[in-house]
Design a protein around this ligand. Sequence first.
Ligand SMILES: NC(=O)c1ccc[n+]([C@@H]2O[C@H](COP(=O)([O-])OP(=O)(O)OC[C@H]3O[C@@H](n4cnc5c(N)ncnc54)[C@H](O)[C@@H]3O)[C@@H](O)[C@H]2O)c1
Length: 254
Amino acid sequence: MAGALKGKTAIVTGGGSGFGAGIVERFAGEGARVMVADINGEAAARVAAGIDVIDGSEGIACEVDVSDAGSVAAMAAAARAAFGTPDILVNNAGITHVAGPLEDVEEDMFDRVMAVNNKAVYLAARQFVPAMKAAGSGVILNIASTAGVSPRPNLSWYNASKGWMITATKSMAVELAPFGIRVNAVNPVAGETPLLASFMAEDTPEMRARFLSTIPLGRFSQPAGIAAAALFLCSDDASMITGVAMEVDGGRCI
Ligand SMILES: NC(=O)c1ccc[n+]([C@@H]2O[C@H](COP(=O)([O-])OP(=O)(O)OC[C@H]3O[C@@H](n4cnc5c(N)ncnc54)[C@H](O)[C@@H]3O)[C@@H](O)[C@H]2O)c1
C-alpha cells in the first residue's frame, strides 16, 4: 500500500504522542502532507521534524487546544495557509480521568474529558465540514475506544465520552454521505502509550496482567497497529466504508 496517501493532506490532533504520532508517521510514510496538531507544541514540533520526507510528504507542527473554539479556528487557518482544505481529519486527541469510583471524579475533570474527547469533534466539524462539502469529498476519522463498546469499571465518564464519539461518528456519516464525506472511527483496546497508566490507576505487573487477561490475543495495542487501521479507513481503498467503528482490540469486544 506504499504511496496510498500520495498527494493527500491530513490533520492529526494529538499527533505529538502515542497513537497520534504513530498515525502521523504512517500517513507521511504513505506520501501525505500532515499537520501535527497538539496542545504540547514541543511534542508536535518534534514529531513533525522527525518525519522522513519522501515523495512530497511533509510534517507541519501546530499548537492547538482542540477543546477551544478560537484555537481550533486558528488551526484551521494555519492548515488553509499550509495546504488548503485537508482531505483527512483525524480527531485523535483525548484524555481520561484517572481510574476510580465514578462519584469521585471532580467536576472540572469531568468537564475537561467531555471538552477534549467530545466538544473537540464538534468544533473541528464546524471548521472543516463546510469546505469538505464544497469540495464534495473528505474523510473524518475519530479515535474512539473499546471503552465505548465494552466499558471497564472505574472509567465511567471516559467510557461514556467514547460512546458519544461512536454515536457521533455514525450520525455524522449518515448526514455527510450525500456530500461525499466519509466518517469512521477506530476503537483501540488498551495500548502502550502514556495514557495507559491513567487507565490502570496504578501501573503494576499485576494490573497489566489483569488488563491483558481480557484481551484474547494477549497483548496491548500499539501505535503502529492503530495507524494501519487508520490508514486503511482514510485511504481510497475504503471508499465504500462509512459509519463504522472498527475495533483494533485483539478480540477484547467479542
Ligand atoms: N492508549 C490507550 O490505551 C487508548 C485506548 C483506546 C483509545 N485511546 C484513545 O486514543 C487517543 C490517543 O491516545 P494516546 O493513548 O495516544 O494518548 P497520549 O496521551 O499518548 O496522546 C494524546 C495526545 O493528545 C494531546 N492532547 C491532549 N489534550 C489535548 C488538547 N486539548 N488539544 C490538543 N491536543 C491534546 C496530548 O498532548 C498528547 O500528545 C485518545 O483519544 C485516547 O482516548 C487510547
